[in-house]
Write a protein that binds this ligand. Structure first.
Ligand SMILES: [Zn+2]
Length: 408
């Protein structure tokens, strides 16, 4: 029996089904992992991840990623400096979202789900290796696989405090066969406050390499179901599922989590309206369909396909970059749709409006550091008395104006 691909992935302004928060994403070909040598995909038994990869299953069924933006939420409007700058239907590139405005630190909790046979287990060191890959890719760190990309000044770290304020490794471990098969609304049990933590789950990911239930523009933020789901065999550096073994599935899904579409969304969309059709990004070429594998060259829509972009479907080794405009849209998305996610974690964070206590503007020292950086070279700095950071009220007003909506 031939089963047609069930996914029309991220079609521009599509009438995609809206995913209710507690639903599994989509009906699709059957997929069940018993162990790493017993994988049932579309009623066929594969005895290794290698065999599954060579079958072309993920290409044929277009299940690299089953993210489908709901397109139900903030659309677009004229106002600048607002959520309209990175709505479902529009990207406006603004200086306030440039990475040069400072490092944004994001606390992560990774929920590792395994079955009762132990399949799905991921060591703490392998979890950390995935965090390392995220930083290499989002910061384009020299000498790493991510060095060819754009430094978006996002930093990820395993949370050191749980939602109750207790010390934590930032990793949870669960053993549950239903959850391992990506069923059972496990997020209602496991989620940490999704306003404050990036919640990543590893399991069999419903037969995809990964997905998010919706872009944050759809209003999912704060609900338990707000999450990134990644196939455990692709998670971490040197994961077992070649050629999806270098951690780029997670990089791709976190791109969605921060508001990005697939590069092939909308096919050969009009280049003249690149900010509000296709992937809503003007410095990625449109493409008629996903890139699979690792072609040396691929023309699509009369242009070179963006096959090296993290938001395409290329093999991990060939995904190498976000573009500057994608970085701008992600930072806009964080500021307007995930305003409480930025943290003062290991790298210091860019800013944290939550620490401000109006009307007197009580600041902690990390905020003062950010304040100094923001005002360095400007007149307000003259009013600061270090090291305690004494401000007069006009400074506080300026600070609130700058930081009130997120990062300056
Ligand atoms: Zn995707």
């Amino acid at each position: 029996m031939t089963i047609k691909p069930v996914l029309a992935i991220a079609v521009a302004a599509c009438a995609c089904p809206v995913l209710a928060g507690d639903e599994s994403p989509l009906a699709r070909p059957s997929f069940q992992v018993i162990d790493d040598n017993t994988i049932y995909a579309n009623d066929t038994l594969y005895n290794s991840w290698q065999a599954l990869a060579e079958s072309g299953y993920f290409d044929t069924n277009q299940t690299h990623c089953i993210t489908q933006p709901s397109m139900q939420g903030v659309q677009q409007g004229p106002a600048r400096g607002s959520s309209n700058d990175c709505s479902f239907n529009n990207t406006s590139i603004e200086g306030q979202y440039n990475p040069s405005n400072g490092l944004i630190s994001i606390p992560v909790v990774v929920h590792v789900i395994q079955n009762t046979g132990g399949t799905g287990f991921i060591s703490e060191s392998r979890v950390q290796s995935q965090i390392d890959v995220l930083n290499e890719d989002f910061q384009a760190i020299a000498g790493t696989n991510g060095s060819n990309g754009t430094d978006s000044q996002f930093e990820f770290f395993l949370a050191t405090e749980d939602p109750s304020g207790n010390p934590t490794s930032g990793i949870t471990y669960s053993t549950n066969n239903t959850w391992f098969n990506d069923s059972g609304s496990y997020w209602n049990t496991l989620a940490w406050n999704t306003n404050r933590y990036l919640n990543i789950y590893t399991n069999s990911a419903s037969g995809a390499l990964g997905y998010v239930p919706d872009l944050p523009q759809g209003g999912i933020v704060g609900s338990n179901s707000d999450r990134v789901v990644v196939l455990y065999s692709t998670f971490g550096r040197n994961a077992p599922f070649v050629p999806f073994h270098l951690g780029r599935t997670t990089t791709h899904e976190v791109g969605h989590y921060l508001g990005l579409y697939h590069t092939f969304t909308g096919g050969c969309a009009s280049a003249s309206g690149c900010s509000n059709n296709g992937d809503r990004i003007c410095d990625t070429n449109p493409e008629s369909s996903p890139t699979f594998g690792c072609p040396g060259s691929r023309s699509s829509c009369g242009l070179q396909a963006p096959k090296d972009n993290y938001m395409d479907y290329s093999d991990d080794i060939c995904m190498q970059k976000f573009t500057p405009n994608q970085a701008n849209r992600m930072r806009c998305t964080l500021e307007h749709y995930r305003p409480n996610l930025a943290s003062e974690g290991p790298g210091g964070g860019a800013c944290s409006p939550a620490d401000l206590v109006a009307p007197f503007g009580s600041l902690d020292f990390a905020d003062v550091s950010a304040f100094l950086i923001a005002f360095n070279g400007g007149a307000p700095q003259a009013d600061l008395a270090l090291p305690a950071g004494v401000f007069d009220f006009s400074d506080i007003g300026a600070f609130l104006t700058l930081f009130g909506a997120g990062c300056p």
